[in-house]
Design a protein around this ligand. Structure first.
Ligand code: FE2
Length: 287
């Protein structure tokens, strides 16, 4: 009684027995509205029994395929929840959707940080150095910050989709220096399609929605006393910036690329750099 649980945790704890009926206030408040909205749509479209059972079979398949996060993403529900959860705070770096491709316990990478190993299939991918400073919203450097990134390789896929890549390729956690500065060597990601071989792929085809996402790098950044930040960085001139299938592009997160001659860093090919400063919101300022 009185303990606030998120609805998901509450569902794990609510056991309805013949002698005691649990009631979770937040669920009791939201669920009737969810049902009213669903019922209204079913009535308005005169949805048939066959159609409704097809919906139930589809949702069952989504669960079995572990694609509910993906479904939330492509229906732009994740973006809505992100916007309501983090709001607009110009002082802090904008948050963004985490997506379903994060893997727990990525490797710790020591400086100079390189988040990938060369692999067959990387082709003519461009080397990219991403760099910036992690500070509090007042500009103070956060020396204990930990940056955790994950992205696709230049062959267009995450390590979990691409057998040619070593495990945890293009993933990694690392620290910052005394001034809060970080830098990591990666390769410029490319646009990719979300998985289309499961029930969500069939859904996208059925509603006529393309499966493409613009190239991006995912970030999770943490520091003592500050709200953790989950976000993504995008790059200009991507064909899907205006039409991301999960609708997650924010103008402030599109960061310019600068091209350099390889000789500047002793590389045998030109490379690109991207500056991305990260500002975290102090927990006390959250109210
Ligand atoms: Fe992604």
């Amino acid at each position: 009684m009185g303990r606030r649980l998120c609805p998901v945790e509450a569902l794990k704890e609510v056991h309805v027995s013949t002698t005691e009926v649990g009631r979770h206030e937040r669920l009791a408040e939201v669920v009737p509205d969810v049902l009213a909205a669903i019922h209204e749509v079913l009535e308005r479209h005169r949805v048939t029994e066959d159609e409704w059972y097809a919906v139930l079979r589809f949702l069952t398949e989504v669960g079995r395929a572990d694609e509910f996060i993906l479904l939330s993403d492509v229906t732009r529900t994740s973006v809505l929840i992100d916007a309501m959860s983090h709001g607009a705070d110009d002082a802090a770096t904008a948050s963004d959707v985490e997506g379903p491709l994060y893997r727990e316990d990525p490797p710790w990478r020591e400086a100079p940080v390189k988040v990938y190993e060369d692999y067959e299939g990387m082709g003519d991918g461009e080397v990219l150095f991403v760099r910036g400073t992690v500070t509090s919203t007042d500009g103070a450097p956060l020396r204990d910050a930990v940056v955790d990134i994950w992205q696709t390789g230049p062959s267009g896929g995450y390590d979990v989709w691409d057998e040619r890549q070593p495990d945890f390729n293009f993933r990694g956690r690392f620290g910052v220096d005394e001034s809060g500065a970080y830098e990591f060597q990666t390769m410029l990601p490319k646009p990719y399609t979300v998985p289309t071989d499961g029930p969500v792929g069939r859904y996208l085809e059925a509603v006529g929605q393309h499966p493409w996402r613009p190239a991006h790098i995912h970030f999770k950044v943490t520091a003592e006393g500050h709200a953790p930040l989950v976000t993504q960085v995008f790059f200009p001139d991507d064909p899907y910036l205006e039409n991301d299938t999960i609708g997650a592009v924010k103008a402030a997160l599109v960061r310019p690329l600068e091209r350099h001659d390889g000789a500047e860093r002793g590389l045998d090919a030109p490379f690109v750099t991207c500056d991305f400063d990260i500002r975290l919101r102090p927990l006390a300022a959250q109210g």
